[in-house]
Every structure is written in structure tokens, then in C-alpha cells.
Design a protein around this ligand. Structure first.
Ligand code: 5GP
Ligand code: ZN
Length: 113
């Protein structure tokens, strides 16, 4: 039985605010917004972390990332954007389905320094 939260979001069993979707990836707002428009990007196939990513999954995944960044820019109009990926508990990974954080930055007012 797969009890992965992000697989459940892909299957529509858990709701999420979708930002972007294609055949291979889904992007949705993080439930805990670090800044307005904080988005998670996931492959539709379950891969625990970067070490489990195969070339085809990685290609399909990273091909979509600029499109998603542009969608965020169009919707939220940030000044900058961080792309962050945590692998392993020690590195801060809490959901073990590979994902990147796209964190829009708005300047001093965004609270991230
Ligand atoms: P990590 O710490 O693994 O890099 O990031 C996991 C992220 O997933 C966290 O920022 C957390 O807020 C987010 N998250 C956890 N559960 C859910 C959920 O059910 N829905 C959404 N949209 N985000 C979630
Ligand atoms: Zn999963």
C-alpha cells in the first residue's frame, strides 16, 4: 500500500491548489506558505529523492521547471525566486517523494532576509 502524501495528491485523493500540470509533473502550492506562491514541483512517478531519480524522469521533471517558474511569475509577480531541494532527513526532507520548492521572493518584506 502506498501511503505517500504526494502520490495521493497526484491521484486526487488529497486536494491541492494546482499551479501547473503536464503528463509527467505536477506543481501545487505548499500547504505551509513560506512566501506567497510557495510551490512544490513533483514527478508523477514516485521517487524518494534525487538518488532515486533516473535520467528520463529527471529530464521530464526539469524540462517543466522553467514553465512553472514562469507561471508563478505571471501569477504572483515576485522580484526573485529560490529553487530548493532537500534530500534525506538530515537535509530537511520531510516528505519522501522527490520535490523541489519554488519560493517567490519579494524583497525585505518577504521575511526571508
Ligand atoms: P520538505 O521539508 O520535505 O522539503 O518539504 C515538504 C513540504 O511539503 C513542506 O514544505 C510541507 O509544508 C509540504 N506539505 C506536507 N504535506 C502537504 C500536503 O498535504 N499538501 C501540501 N500542499 N503540502 C504539503
Ligand atoms: Zn509518492
Amino acid at each position: 500500500m502506498n501511503d505517500c502524501i504526494f502520490c495521493k495528491i497526484i491521484e486526487g485523493e488529497i486536494p491541492a491548489a494546482k499551479v501547473y500540470e503536464n503528463e509527467h509533473v505536477m506543481a501545487f502550492l505548499d500547504i505551509s506558505q513560506v512566501t506567497k506562491g510557495h510551490t512544490l514541483v513533483i514527478p508523477k512517478v514516485h521517487r524518494e529523492n534525487l538518488y532515486e531519480m533516473d535520467p528520463e524522469t529527471a529530464r521530464n521533471y526539469f524540462e517543466a521547471v522553467p514553465e512553472i517558474a514562469k507561471a508563478i511569475k505571471a501569477e504572483f509577480d515576485p522580484v526573485g525566486l529560490n529553487l530548493i531541494n532537500n534530500n534525506g532527513e538530515l537535509a530537511g526532507q520531510t516528505v519522501f517523494h522527490f520535490h523541489s520548492h519554488l519560493i517567490p521572493r519579494y524583497g525585505k518584506s518577504d521575511g526571508l532576509g
